[in-house]
Design a protein around this ligand. Structure first.
Ligand code: HEC
Ligand code: HEC
Length: 109
């Protein structure tokens, strides 16, 4: 093998390792699961304003503030044209939540 080939192979290995590292340590949006009673009437087209009635960091109706949007939440939620459900995919039940979360996070990367 030529030296350049070795260098190229080394770079490929580094990039792949970097991507794996990011996908493990990165933050992933939890799915919006329908078996939470408050979520029962949610639809794919439910507007984000509906989510914010409960999840707004300031005046959401959820008493447990840790279930509202946190300060460290990605800024994108403030985009009025972007549905929360594009990140927090709507899901019938949570039985296979973690699998779908992994699949979903691979898509949103
Ligand atoms: C009627 C109030 C209500 C509405 C509307 C609502 N939620 Fe929720 N949501 C809740 C409650 C309550 C919980 C916490 C349930 C629990 O953990 O027991 C929750 C949990 C969540 C979680 C999990 C948070 C965590 O820390 O695990 C996500 C994500 C979420 N909701 C997203 C959404 C999205 C997206 C919408 C709009 C499409 C939405 N919710 C609409 C009440 C609501
Ligand atoms: C760009 C993708 C994206 C969008 C858009 C988005 N979220 Fe999130 N959300 C995330 C991620 C990633 C996390 C996990 C944050 C963490 O683990 O630190 C999260 C976490 C949450 C949580 C758990 C509490 C928290 O802040 O960690 C709630 C509740 C939530 N989001 C609600 C919403 C609602 C409601 C909207 C729409 C107004 C929304 N999200 C829009 C990516 C998104």
């Amino acid at each position: 093998m030529k030296r350049q080939d070795l260098l190229f192979a080394a770079i490929v290995v580094l990039v792949v390792a970097g991507l794996i590292y990011l996908s493990i340590t990165g933050r992933h949006p939890q799915p919006t699961v329908k078996n939470i009673p408050e979520h029962q009437n949610l639809q794919a087209l439910t507007p984000r304003a509906k989510c914010l009635e409960c999840h707004d960091p300031q005046n959401g109706s959820i008493v447990d503030k840790s279930k509202r949007i946190q300060e460290k939440h990605p800024e994108k939620w403030k985009d009025e044209k972007f549905s929360c459900l594009k990140c927090h995919t709507l899901q019938k039940d949570s039985s296979n939540a973690s699998l779908l979360m992994i699949l979903n996070s691979a898509q949103t990367k």
